[in-house]
Design a binder for this molecule. Sequence first.
Ligand code: ATP
Length: 887
Amino acid sequence: MFFNKTIEQVLEEFGSNPITGLSQNQSEVKREKFGLNQLTTKKPKTLIAMFFAQLNDILIYILIAAAVISALLGETSDAIIIAIVIIINATVGIIQESKAEKALDALKKLSTPKAIVKRDGQLNEIPSEEVVPGDIIIIDAGRYVPCDLRLIEAANLKIEESTLTGESVPVDKDASLVLPGEDIPLGDQKNMLFMSTLATYGRGVGIAVSTGMDTQIGKIAKMLDEKVDDETPLQKKLAQLGKYLGIGALFICALMFIVGVLQKRDLFEMLLVSISLAVAAIPEGLPAIVTIVLAMGVQKMIKENAIVRKLPAVETLGSVNIICSDKTGTLTQNKMTVTKFYADGKLGAIDSLNINHTEHKLLLENLILCNDATYSENSKTGDPTEIALLQAGVDYSIFKDDLEKTHKRIDEIPFDSDRKLMTTVNKYDNDYYVMTKGAIDNLLNLCTKAYIKGNIIEITPNIKKDILAASNNMSDNALRVLGAAYKILPSSHVEIDSLERDLILIGLVGMIDPPRLEVKDSISLCMKSGIKTVMITGDHQNTAFAIAKDLNITNDSSEVISGTELDKMSDVELNNRIESIRVFARVSPEHKVKIVRALKSKGNIVSMTGDGVNDAPSLKMADIGVAMGITGTDVAKGAADMILIDDNFSTIVAAIKEGRNIFTNIKKTIIFLLSCNIGEIIALFLAILLGWATPLRPIHILWVNLITDTLPALALGVDPGDPDVMKYKPRNPKDSLFKGESLNLLLNGLLIGILTLAAFVIGAKYYSGDTNLFPLFPGNLSEDALKHAQTMAFVVLSVSQLVHSLNMRNEKKSIFQIGLFSNKYLIGAIVFGILLQDFIITVPFLANVFSVHSLSLMDWSFVTILSLMPLLLNEIVKIFKRSSSII
Ligand code: ATP
């Protein structure tokens, strides 16, 4: 119990010091003792459990039944092969599943919250897991509390504790309280903070009193891992499609069985053929392959600095047609430098500031005291705007640490992007100075007087005009402008609401924040690919427009509007204008929601960036909410679909490009697998309908399915991106997966089926030596001729499918244009598949098991020509496709 102890008692108990925190050594010893600060997660599944989970599938049951029937009827080799197929299938399933899980785990780790901890006197941001009891921890708005803390300092700190108490209204915290008694409900422990609750406002410092499973949330053992629905729309669609296709395949197999029985064929053989075909034709592996392709794509995106938190985002990324981006830090470098100031009615370069002038000195002191950043040679923490102000002070040998010793902070109202203001109260001898800084338009509304040449005078319209002219001059030159104002209080006991009233304006500063160099190219790339970039900023209209011009977002000032104008518009007016606005300036987080809603109402697929506590609603509402990795709060990250590790706009564009490629690859894989399945169905069903001998044995079908469904399908899933992918317009999410491809899919399936039958006919004719037109009826073929014919059909079916995978790499471009060897995995999979095939027919033992014959050179030439047909015919079709389109 720590709520009933004084701060000193708690500090003593943990041997911690609020100024220096723990030493690195102490923290390591404690980590050994208390372990990592995390809630123990679910036990990982054992390999055996995973294996059995893979077997839990209706199709596998059918296969097991087929194996048992085969064994009972003495067909041991069939039974063994089916068993091997089942084992390989399950193993591939386990590998895929654990790979996908690992990738998702790695993602989760990357987006876990961080904590600001004081160690060896320095503030460091460390992963929350590394926090130990006794650590001194800083909490600010938007941050999750990393463990249970006893507060030692709190400034207007409000905490949302709904995860623990169910109460969603944030509670005020107070470090100075010592609560008597033993039994106080968590919700009333106002001097304590609890793990996983969220700071929504203010600032606080606390000492870690318990970590990991010892925390309140750990004790309740309530897992935080909310069960999110990770199935993407595509996966859902596929699961549905799989069901329909499965029913279709079962129907055809049943029909085939009935036809076979009516033709008085061998019952057992027909049963096995039908079951094998059903197993091969039902695309049960599709959702797993899609998951693994998505997960691997997400891994690739991490290398490009984008962490996708929710898998569906990968698909949506490919459809984004509007990117709404913050300016500061995303389009610009967030490397602020104060270059100008305005005081005493004069605008000047910052190096002409004279520290001996009282107004100039007060201006600097205001900006340094009303400031939460820290600045030392080795470490700078906090908002870059504030760091720039501290830097300006350091250039004049005014250091925040020194200044705060003589002018202690008594009270404060933190900065927030709605008010665009921040205020502190600092002690100056016997007086208390209210120091306010912020956006000049907002600040000017609170000022009644100005401090000019040693006099405090009423702000006349002329003075106001001068101030605004100076501000406009700076913002027209792309500078971010910050005003500083103050007033003197005789006593510190003042209502917080009246602090920011009747202020005296001291002056302004302007700071430069250069655009990111790579962003201009990304914006023009977006333009070419039908994606519009919209700037949304809290900054002044002129500053925003100057930077938007520089980045080629717009050159037209009528495409810029401010938050105030936005407020005046009705929803209908906004909806009518929304698509022509390229810059929204001086907006608050609430405006962002309005903007996303209006854009979405016009059918756009919108990506929106954000970093602050209040950005969460707009991030959630956007199709793709993007949070900043560096400056983003935990709340923004929690609400986002994607996190930018480097806060960079270009990363969003890179992620969109990757998203488009991933979607295309998934599409290729699906169409490939389905056309192969159709080929198998056609070959067998047609042969049975025509009354021919079965061209393929059950194990042939199972084997081909195993070869094509795994490696080539996965290799297509990781196909290198098409360099032209950003030349196309964004994909309409409502479009069918098979848009423009259904005919292609069917024709290629038909082709593979017919080629397989052709190989069967050629083999049968050649080896039976029969001149009869129909040597193919079961009774007309010798066993040896049938074996030969089936071998040729078997090889053509598998090799033509492997070769067909090359066609899938691009809808229009020739395989030689994109480079035959540019997907080494695919080439590897094809070569490996062909070698295995050759192995099966040439190694006597295997040939025996598969009931196949080795092929002569002549046979191989037929087989090769037939197997290359899909490539040849598709290349010819692609020539026509290319000549009828621009790209
Ligand atoms: P963007 O939305 O482009 O990223 P931003 O997030 O920097 O812009 P805000 O942080 O909301 O926008 O800042 C808006 C305005 O608030 C700035 O133009 C500045 O005048 C003022 N401002 C920014 N930071 C502070 C601060 N720490 N203290 C006081 N005022 C600030």
